[in-house]
Design a protein around this ligand. Sequence first.
Ligand code: TRP
Length: 329
Amino acid sequence: MDIVLSGIRSTGNLHLGNYYGALRNFIRMQDENQCYFFVADVHSLTTHPDPRYLHENVKNVLVNYLAAGIDPEKSVIYVQSDVRETFELYLFLNMHAYMGELAKTTSFKEKARKQPENVNAGLLTYPTLMAADILVHNADKVPVGKDQEQHLEMTRRFARRFNNFYGVEFFKEPVAYNFGQELIKIPGLDGSGKMGKSEGNAIYLADSPKEIEKKVKKALTDSGPTEFNSPKPEYIENLFTILRVVSAPEVVQHFEDLWNRCEIKYGDLKKQLAEDIIKVTAPIRERIIEIENDESYLRKVTTEGAEKARESASKTIRQVREIMGFKPF
Ligand code: TRP
């Protein structure tokens, strides 16, 4: 069985785009692999988050993942800051990570531009911390989005460099986990682009049916098509894109036909869309409410997760120390 490691940004609640883009695939991934899922709270420190909200954000991500079907019986689920071995490996890997290569990482250059008043060393060494997350379990595979491919490439380079320097075949070179199908991208309801938290156009898994109805009702439309079989403008196509994901094929066809005959009523389309989004999210939302109020369950999951993760990580650290020449007296 492959070891798969998945790092999750601790940015709070998840939306429909997260669900169809990654989360739903993760649930299947658990059956064929030994999966580790962790919430990357230490990585979030690079932007100096307010300590009052740090825990809440970690909790929200955790609750959303568990509610959607990430299963602590099948996978190891933990919080990054609980596994101190990661930070030891981070320090060791930093001794073999060079200023030049770190400074030219795309994510570093972007962040340095965005927060010129806070270009800290944690930002520079973000890729070494991510490499430590992965290598501390000697993972085979890592599911990553486009924006993280360079970091994974650097992880492979750090692994290779460590092996070469110490003359060992110790670290594996982790590859991207391939879901074997086109990832579904969910657009926003505001006309163009994708659904995103920072875009402010997201429908959250935790949203109530009322909130979802309100958000869908506000989606950008126009006065309707005037020519038979005309192409749809992007903002209407986006509504159909989401409909294709959440609704039955007959329902989609029904609205396609209405569009083509210029008989579409956007009010009806939106009503249907909201209803079918609610069908998908309602059971997850119910579990979110249940889990977020169950402190003892959350404590149990994170405690047991940290124990299992530290077991795997400390095994790696013991061997790394030996390879590097540390010896007890
Ligand atoms: N950098 C990743 C992101 O922004 C999160 C992350 C941290 C991660 N450590 C990881 C992802 C290790 C995969 C493996 O999405």
